[in-house]
Design a protein around this ligand. Structure first.
Ligand SMILES: Cc1cc2nc3c(=O)[nH]c(=O)nc-3n(C[C@H](O)[C@H](O)[C@H](O)COP(=O)(O)OP(=O)(O)OC[C@H]3O[C@@H](n4cnc5c(N)ncnc54)[C@H](O)[C@@H]3O)c2cc1C
Length: 414
């Protein structure tokens, strides 16, 4: 793989950009792999990457039914933060956030990580107590966050109306090194690195069945034929329970559409990410100038990967009191993704009842931020059989009533 650099850009400028290689190879399935990962979203690709990088396991196929990054990874609003309440969550999300800091250098691919700061607004007394508690928990966990006053919120985001009649801003939980990254680039960067290690990325290939013998996985059936493997990683987000059913076990996951929208591009007006969880809305400004706006999930379980009109109205109505200027914006487009939600709003990174099958799902509305940490931990779990970062996130915790309750940090927000 040729290295991307300023020198390479200059070199290619002189030869009309004819020397760039394909970022990743187009692959057809082999008969057998040591590891198959189902799902070429960020979590699947990051898992494959760390299997190769951290453990030297490179006889790996990543199988994707659509196109790489075409699931939630390419549909999210890209918010990155690690200010969660519970210790196991803070550990894995902070691992991920810290890996984002150097991801562009590690992958030699510009993922446009922008640690511009994230504020979670407190607009009720209940939220004030909740976020102050999280700030204290974060201090103990070594995660750098702070509780800030309404005046400081206004200084950071001058376009905000902090004196709204219904929900005035009472303060905020601020993480200065939170921010955003370019979601497609994260998937593309990992794909390029995996391909460079000799892994096969097989797109347009759906896994239609899971083959087991004596309680152990032996392979998968796909639309491109059967493929054998020693270990299988299921990393398919909103379709996790569908795939688990094919392997003969159930997951405590509900699938539901989450929607987002963007406005027409405008001049730079907000260089912080703001989340307003009481009213169900969050907003940042993209590098192109669009206001990227997200809201809540649909109120019923579904698999529709699309937006709906009432969500635009609900989300914009929710935000307009705090950001009056968006009332005059034209909205450009909207979309939806199928998110995989657990009862305690925490993910599942786990062994399963079938030997050799591992599952990584349940990231719900907030898994983009976790991609590098999740990949790191899942690779360790698959390679060694255990990982300190995944211990608490077993699928069996629901049976054992060992919930990791993140409903304040993750139930609505991202
Ligand atoms: C509108 C929206 C906004 C969001 N905003 C944020 C945010 O701001 N911050 C944040 O941290 N998170 C956010 N999220 C959540 C985040 O996008 C997801 O948690 C994360 O992208 C999940 O990544 P993944 O790799 O697990 O899943 P995906 O990217 O969905 O990848 C799973 C892949 O598996 C494939 N697949 C499924 N079944 C099969 C099969 N049988 N065979 C082969 N392939 C299969 C799918 O095609 C898909 O490409 C948001 C999500 C949405 C929808």
């Amino acid at each position: 793989m040729k290295k991307y650099s300023a020198f390479a850009i200059a070199r290619e400028a002189f030869r009309q950009h004819t020397g760039w290689e394909r970022a990743w190879a187009k692959s057809e399935p082999k008969k057998k792999y040591d590891v198959i990962i189902v799902g070429a979203g960020g979590h699947g690709l990051a898992t494959a990457y760390h299997l190769g990088k951290n453990f030297g396991i490179t006889n790996v196929a990543i199988i994707e039914k659509g196109w790489l990054g075409g699931g939630n990874t390419g549909r999210n609003t890209t918010i990155i933060r690690s200010n969660y309440l519970q210790d196991p969550s803070a550990a894995i999300y902070e691992k991920a956030r810290s890996l984002y800091e150097t991801m562009s250098q590690d992958l030699n691919y510009n993922v446009m990580f922008s640690p511009r700061g994230v504020i979670m607004l407190a607009q009720t007394q209940h939220e004030v107590r909740g976020y102050q508690r999280t700030a204290h928990a974060n201090a103990l966990q070594g995660v750098k966050t702070e509780w800030i006053s309404p005046q400081r919120v206004k200084e950071l985001v001058p376009i905000m109306n902090i004196d709204g009649p219904r929900y005035p801003v009472l303060g905020g939980l601020y993480q200065a090194r939170g921010g955003t990254a370019r979601h497609d680039a994260v998937a593309w960067g990992y794909a390029r690195a995996c391909s460079d290690m000799g892994m096969d990325i097989i797109q347009q290939c759906e896994v239609t069945g899971v083959r087991t013998t004596a309680g152990k996985v032996v392979g998968v059936d796909t639309t491109k034929g059967p493929i054998d493997c020693d270990k299988l990683g299921m990393v398919v987000a909103g379709h996790a329970s569908v795939l688990a059913q094919k392997a003969g076990f159930r997951l405590p996951i509900e699938s539901v559409a989450l929607q987002a929208l963007v406005s027409e591009p405008i001049k730079p007006c907000m260089d912080v990410v703001v989340m307003a969880n009481t009213v169900h809305g969050y907003m940042s400004q993209s590098d192109k100038g669009e206001m990227v706006i997200g809201g809540g999930t649909d109120g019923y379980n579904n698999y529709t990967q699309r937006g709906s009109f009432h969500h635009i109205e609900e989300t914009v109505r929710a935000l307009v009191e705090t950001f009056p200027m968006i009332a005059r914006l034209k909205m450009l487009r909207q979309w939806g993704g199928i998110v995989d939600v657990t009862g305690d709003r925490s993910p599942i990174l786990s062994k399963t009842p079938v030997e050799g099958i591992f599952v990584n799902c349940g990231w719900g509305t907030g898994g983009f931020k976790a991609i590098p940490g999740s990949g790191w931990a899942m690779a360790e779990l698959m390679a060694k059989g255990h990982s300190p970062l995944t211990e608490e996130f077993s699928m069996f915790r629901f049976r054992e009533v060992k919930f990791i309750d993140e409903s304040v940090a993750a139930g609505v927000a991202h």
